[in-house]
Ligand binder design. Structure first.
Ligand code: ADP
Length: 407
């Protein structure tokens, strides 16, 4: 009888079998030297059957190799510890079935021999519960995920709805703004007709009355002078109407640009010819030089409107006996037209507003005007890929610079 068996008989007998955990004692060769009742039951052996067996009998076959390595290491540095930290451990029953276990290792020496006492707990139930909890958790998570997805879809739908409504709202706002602008335009137009049209119309009336008085043949030059005045004033009124029509078309989006090839001289000749009727005493327009070769692909009516406005402004805002210089040249794909005057100029603090619709500078208010010419020039040029800039100094003059793409 070994030392161990001797002691076992006396002391362990009772204690050993009283504990509910399975206890298996092995020697350094991993041979089972004792097992308690719980251990036998857990592993499905009858009492005493395990004794003398190699520990492998309780371990799944495919784990033997790993287990041997672990055990070797353990037997070299024996400590009290939990086995299989971080991994799941399994035991094998006598019938070959496996089940999860938790094992604590406790080395001890008895009369010079080393042993390890393994305390084994069958954790099948705990694992099942863990699995159950895991399953419930997974189910919960997937329900949450599904719900979150549903919510995300709902939120996305709402966001899209908000965007749609915003767009609709903006559209309504935009059409309201346009409607307001058009109403404003109509009001302005009516007040303009009553104020701005009055002076030229009464001028025309005076001229026609006077023409009627010049009955003599030799008074022909006087008749011609008045006819020129009438033509000029009619032109002026016509230009105002053209500007208003342009604004209305730009506002309602009804501008249809008509492109064609034409020499710039054609437009300049017409515009300067008409502008000559508006010249004040001693004013002179200097016609641009060396422009015969400049051919544009542009809307000629729009160019006419642009140049008429700029040249008429130069005349209107310049004193008698001053020079208005028109210049034009090509540079790469751009045709430049400059209209320079020696007039009243634009006060520096008002220059930033000059392209705003209806804006008129303080020093211009004694002249007739509507404040829409520059605004429509800018809109048209922007639509057509062109550009307008200016330089001006009060009481010294202004230069307006138009750039038109050649194609
Ligand atoms: P309008 O001449 O009918 O008032 P415009 O839109 O053509 O309208 O011009 C806007 C304003 O810009 C004018 O009222 C005037 O104050 C200023 N302006 C335009 N051209 C000139 C210029 N050549 N010299 C001085 N001021 C100018």
């Amino acid at each position: 009888m070994t030392n161990f068996e001797e002691i076992n008989k006396h002391t362990f007998g009772v204690l050993f079998n009283a504990v509910s955990e399975g206890i298996i004692v092995i020697n350094t060769n991993q041979i089972i030297v004792a097992s308690n009742q719980s251990a036998d039951e857990i592993f499905g052996f009858s009492t005493g059957e395990l004794k003398g067996e190699h520990l492998d009998i309780l371990i799944p076959k495919k784990k033997h190799e790993v287990h041997h390595a672990h055990m070797e290491k353990y037997l070299n540095h024996k400590t009290h510890r939990q086995m299989g930290q971080g991994r799941d451990l399994f035991g094998t029953r006598k019938d070959g079935s496996t089940f999860p276990v938790e094992v604590g290792l406790n080395p001890f020496e008895l009369k010079g021999d080393s042993y390890v006492m393994a305390v084994v707990i069958d954790i099948t139930l705990r694992k099942q519960q863990e699995q159950e909890i895991l399953k419930l958790n997974n189910e919960l998570e997937s329900r949450i995920e599904k719900r979150t997805q549903e919510l995300q879809i709902a939120v996305k739908g709402l966001e899209e709805e908000v965007i749609k409504r915003k767009a609709a709202e903006n559209k309504i706002k935009e059409s309201l703004r346009k409607e307001r602008e058009l109403n404003e335009l109509k009001t302005k137009f009516l007040s303009l007709v009553s104020h701005e049209f009055k002076t030229p119309l009464s001028g025309i009336l005076t001229s026609t009355t006077l023409i009627g008085k010049y009955t003599e043949t030799e008074q022909q030059h006087k008749r011609e002078k008045h006819l020129k005045t009438i033509a000029g004033k009619v032109k002026y009124l016509n230009n105002i109407l053209d500007d208003f029509l342009s604004v209305e078309r730009l506002e309602t989006g009804k501008v249809n640009y008509k492109y064609s090839h034409f020499p710039i001289t054609k437009t300049l000749n017409e515009v300067i010819y008409d502008a000559n009727m508006l010249l004040k005493e001693g004013q002179e327009i200097l016609y641009p030089k060396q422009i015969d070769d400049i051919v544009l692909y542009f809307d000629d009516k729009i160019l006419e409107l642009i140049l008429t406005n700029l040249i008429n402004n130069a005349i209107k805002y310049s004193p008698e006996n001053s020079v208005i210089e028109v210049e034009s040249y090509e540079e790469g794909d751009v045709v430049h037209v400059l209209v320079k005057d020696q007039g009243i100029g634009i006060p520096e603090n008002e220059q930033k507003h000059i392209f705003n619709r209806y804006f008129r500078a303080e020093n211009a208010l004694t002249n007739q005007g509507t404040g829409i010419g520059l605004n429509i020039i800018k809109s048209h040029l922007e639509n057509l890929g062109g550009k307008i800039t200016f330089k001006s100094k009060q009481d010294q003059g202004s230069t307006f610079h138009v750039q038109i793409p050649k194609q």
